[in-house]
Ligand binder design. Sequence first.
Ligand code: GLC
Length: 568
Amino acid sequence: MSSARTTHQVRDQVRPAAAEWWRQAVVYQIYPRSFADSDGNGLGDLRGVISRIPYLAELGIDAVWLSPFYPSALADGGYDVDDYRDVDPRLGTLADFDEMTTRLHAQRIRVIVDIVPNHTSSRHAWFREALAAPKGSPARSRYIFRDGLGPDGSQPPSDWVSLFGGPAWARVPDGQWYLHLFAPEQPDLNWDNREVRDEFLATLRFWSDRGVDGFRVDVAHGLAKNLAEPLEPIAGIKNHIDGALPPGSHPLWDRNEVHDIYAEWRRVFNEYDPPRAAVAEAWVHPSRRPRYASPDGLGQAFNFELLEANWSAGEFLRVITDNLSDAQRQGSSTTWVLSNHDVVRHATRYGLPTGDRRDHQTARQWLLSGGTSPRLDRGLGLRRARAAILLMLALPGSAYLYQGEELGLHEVHDIPSELVQDPAYARSRGADKGRDGCRVPLPWTADGPSFGFGAGPAHLPQPAWFGPLSVQAQERDPASTLSLYRDALRWRRTLQTAESMEWMPGTNGQVLHFARPGGWRCVTNFGPGPVPLPHGTVILTSVPFEGSAHSRQLPADTTAWLRPGQNG
Ligand code: GLC
């Protein structure tokens, strides 16, 4: 196979060819259009990523995951892919991609790309062919086309709704309807069609041959569908996670047959040395996650439970305990995520008052109010975000970071409605403000055009408060959030050992205290006042605190890393 030479080179350049490098990796998510813009067109690009490799190396990550950089009309921020084997010309070329990969590998940083198999874009050659082809044609059978209901077929085939709001069916000029579980520009593929399956296997090989180390699989729980007529009304199939339906029986989500697809993918991944890794984005009941994370399948699955948990010792304790035991049972390692490109940044979530709601729901409501209600306590949010990341980075398993969290960025809440890009905003008729607030281009310098993101204005407006949070402003400040991330990742490399931990005395409704093999310990105080600091030498604290070594008190909303030694 043509991959042999490439994989050999990759193996030579990257750290020891550990087949399971991903198990405790720190993966940094790059949202390419908002990371760094090398040509001043307002959109981040691959040469922008290349220019920031020294920054990534200094941060101390093991891998980057790039959200889609493929040609796209950006109807859904690039998750509407026109061509799975090319680079959007506004973002660069395949040669740029190769150079980026080679240079990242030279810094021992692995490369994960996003693969979007549930839907193509409506500009994809296949969909254009389907529109030009008649009903019942092979071109249409790559997608999910149906006749409409009613005497003239003018009613959609079912009352299903898109995840971005509005109907999940759109009509084409000859009267047929096609399914789009996301935006109309994202027609769902028909995974019962062999040609669709083969096409994606070829795409996985295409990127693997170029030296890509792994794949993040978008909407991994959506590919297999049961579309036998009559289609079930939405009322009976609203939720696939709450357990109302027998596991695996929802017509659209998390069907058992989806794993046949990933078994084929795994065979391709295992053709490479080291085998290509994959992580599933699967919003499923936790009891169903192990199937996606199976070594015969994708190998790892996102666990979003920390991202959904409130800032509470009890909730973190349950999520950590459950997920570590699940991971152990399934033979994978778990994944920890506090932020990504789809959710309100965690510094903001943790700075909003927790009432009866979940933090992340409160955060969406806050966004809708234009950032006025409830009141955001920026300082508290950041303080907790720093405590949370030290806790997360001390856990066994992979840690996924989202660009900008290392700067302590808050969500941008005041993007004018005419500049909002997320389709969720228009399709929900404003009931959902969308996800642009966490996708605003990064501030690299304290001032200048687009705060050093590019030579001109950025594609989403950046607020004035980005300046003091820029990389430039934080780089030399040992107390900055950026310095905290760098210090934590450096220590983690030294301290990380076997994939296990144990709860220590002192863990209670307010404090979490755990130890890793080798004596590395982490203690977080979620409570409102100081608590006694367990004995040991303080290595790192989420905020500097007065006399940390002497007073032996851990302040509220603070994490400390300890190791055996004097001082108590
Ligand atoms: C995933 C992506 C999200 C995208 C959706 C549709 O959930 O993370 O950004 O909108 O899939 O592709």
